[in-house]
Write a protein that binds this ligand. Structure first.
Ligand code: ADP
Ligand code: MG
Length: 262
């Protein structure tokens, strides 16, 4: 369990003038926004507006072309993904990226072990910790599966899980690294109403554990329900930022959505 040492509303992640170019395509342009500790922030926008690219830049899956990304006071734009995870940044992907041959439990346990081995505790307490490691990590994996609602599916093969369950498993796997911020790229994709409702509650429960969430989602109902703040992109640029009520009433946002083919 993460301790609540931060002040809710402190800037945890700060993007300043971030840009990303793919060949001639400007996927993200001059993008600046903040994600606050203890809050759920939504990142929305029509298809192709640069949401996934933004998450890739924040997580370190892609290098920035320009600009800076500060996480917890530290400049991280020069770090690769494996260097950002131990700092407390974790993510899920728009498409599921799971090891299909594992059981759900093995999948999360594996992530718990990796997280533990890259933690400072491991370096300092190597021998004493090694004795307890297996038990502690197994408990942690079980707790995370319960937490995301997969407690009854621990021993199920990943390949046998529904697509909604695989999305929950991606979240449990991301949480295994004890993040301070988790990035969720379209977690509700392919979910039916009941599953989406459970996901909304899970996102709020993640926040209540003291973990900030940045969520990309097309389902407006979910976004409006769970987010404290929303950042809106269009053609790679931020066109609005505010509370759900402010975003709902913003003419630029309405235009972007009505004007898009999405
Ligand atoms: P969103 O997630 O909002 O739908 P993306 O971030 O995936 O949007 O894409 C933004 C723009 O960048 C699109 O025009 C897309 O075609 C382009 N793009 C994204 N990733 C790549 C890539 N790896 N190579 C080339 N172009 C890309
Ligand atoms: Mg996307």
């Amino acid at each position: 369990m993460v301790s609540l040492e931060f002040v809710v509303g402190d800037a945890l992640l700060v993007l300043e003038s971030v840009a990303k170019t793919f060949g001639g395509v400007q996927a993200v342009k001059d993008l600046s926004f903040k994600v606050h500790a203890g809050q759920v922030t939504g990142l929305i926008g029509p298809n192709g507006s640069g949401k996934s690219t933004t998450v890739n830049l924040i997580s370190g899956s892609l290098p920035v072309t320009q600009g800076s990304i500060r996480f917890n006071g530290e400049m991280v734009q020069g770090l690769v993904i494996s260097q950002r995870v131990p700092l407390g940044l974790a993510r899920t992907f728009q498409t599921t990226t799971l090891f299909q041959e594992f059981t759900a439990f093995e999948h999360v346990l594996n992530a718990c072990h990796s997280a533990f081995r890259s933690s400072p505790t491991w370096a300092v307490l190597r021998t004493a910790a090694a004795r307890n490691e297996e038990y502690v990590q197994q408990q942690k994996a079980r707790e995370l599966l319960e937490f995301v609602g997969l407690g009854d599916f621990s021993n199920a093969a990943v390949a046998s899980l529904s697509s909604a369950q695989q999305r929950l498993l991606m979240i449990a796997t991301a949480l295994a690294s004890d993040p301070q911020l988790v990035l969720l790229d379209e977690p509700a994709a392919g979910m039916v109403a009941k599953e989406r409702k459970a996901l909304s509650q899970l996102i709020l429960n993640i926040r209540d554990r003291g973990i900030a969430v940045l969520v990309i989602e097309h389902h407006m109902g979910l976004i409006m329900e769970v987010c404290e703040r929303i950042v809106v992109l269009n053609f790679g640029q931020m066109i609005a930022e505010g509370t759900p009520d402010e975003i709902r009433a913003n003419p630029l946002v309405i235009d972007a959505y009505l004007g898009s083919t999405h």
